[in-house]
Design a protein around this ligand. Structure first.
Ligand code: GDP
Length: 302
């Protein structure tokens, strides 16, 4: 099956023309730069990041007089790693007890799966975990979370229908009473049409703050790594409503859109470069890894 890094690499090199492949058996000339530009745009790096990366690469090639395509590839890997480095951030487990984590994202992004993976990860770190099924609109979402809880031996606060903010409020209090290390609150990704998702999420956040002044300590957005440029719009919208503290980017084991994070780092289309705590690289419990800029850059260049 291969390591997660090789899966990431395989996924990210699934562009029409793999980025790394461009350097094989070619001369270092203008057409290489042109092909790189096309490939970065195709991988959804966006115009800002693509321009910035290639300007830096051209300067490096000139300054260091690089004549070998392999050297140019290594230079791009370093430049990309530096570009992505500001997105790297360690999750502050233990900063508060319980650490209250609100988790948002559109349906299908991988929210429930990521919560399950995180529950497993935090438990392995020795933290007692409590989950809250804040998507009271979809019974299936609640059931899926309860299932993840059972699999991980983690308690889940859930309620049939009702007010998601009330579930979140109860969960924070229960987390305190049960001396949990982490309380993760799932939220709806889509609502029955007459309601406004962002207003609902803002309300949940506000009500969490009523149970604990400092909470939520973390507000995470889960995005599907296949979303491409639309991910930028999602981050902007959720950030405007919730003031995000971090991202979880899923499905990077099967995407050709890995350049999106370069766009985020570049502040493309006015997006705030929200840090990436974790990346999802598969469907199983252990397929969640901290985001490391250097590893990601190496995988993207396959
Ligand atoms: P939610 O609606 O946001 O809660 O999304 P789910 O957690 O139900 O995930 C939607 C689908 O994406 C499921 O089939 C998951 O197994 C799948 N999925 C989630 N994360 C990953 C990942 O990192 N890699 C892959 N390949 N699939 C994932």
């Amino acid at each position: 099956k291969g390591s997660w890094l090789s899966r990431l690499k395989k996924g990210l090199s699934r562009t029409g023309q793999s980025l790394g492949g461009l350097f094989v058996g070619v001369k270092v000339d203008e057409s290489l730069f042109e092909e790189l530009e096309t490939a970065l745009i195709m991988a959804d790096a966006g115009v800002e990041a693509t321009g910035k990366l290639l300007t830096a690469l051209r300067a490096r090639v000139r300054k260091e007089r690089l004549e070998d395509a392999g050297q140019v590839k290594a230079a791009l890997r370093d430049i990309l790693a530096d570009h992505l480095a500001p997105l790297e951030k360690t999750f502050p487990l233990g900063k508060a007890t319980p650490l209250v984590v609100m988790i948002a994202g559109v349906n299908g992004a991988g929210k429930t799966t990521s919560i399950g993976k995180l529950a497993n990860h935090f438990q392995a770190q020795g933290a007692k975990v409590l989950l809250a099924a804040g998507d009271t609109f979809r019974a299936a979402a609640r059931e899926q979370l309860v299932e993840w809880g059972a699999r991980n031996n983690v308690a889940v606060i859930a309620q049939d229908g009702g007010d998601p903010a009330a579930v979140a409020f109860d969960a924070v209090n229960a987390g305190r009473a049960r001396e949990a290390g982490v309380v993760m609150i799932d939220t709806a990704g889509r609502l029955p049409t007459q309601l406004h998702l962002m207003e609902e999420l803002k309300k949940i956040k506000r009500v969490i703050g009523k149970a604990d002044d400092a909470a939520p300590h973390e507000v995470l957005l889960v995005i599907d790594g296949n979303t491409g440029q639309n991910a930028i719009a999602q981050i902007r919208a959720f950030d405007a409503a919730l003031n995000l503290t971090g991202l979880v980017v899923t499905k990077l084991d099967g995407t050709a859109k890995g350049g999106t994070l370069a766009a985020v780092a570049a502040g493309s289309q006015g997006v705030r470069p929200v840090p990436v705590y974790w990346i999802g690289v598969g469907e199983s419990l252990h397929d969640l890894q901290p985001f490391v800029a250097k590893e990601f850059a190496a995988a993207l260049l396959g």
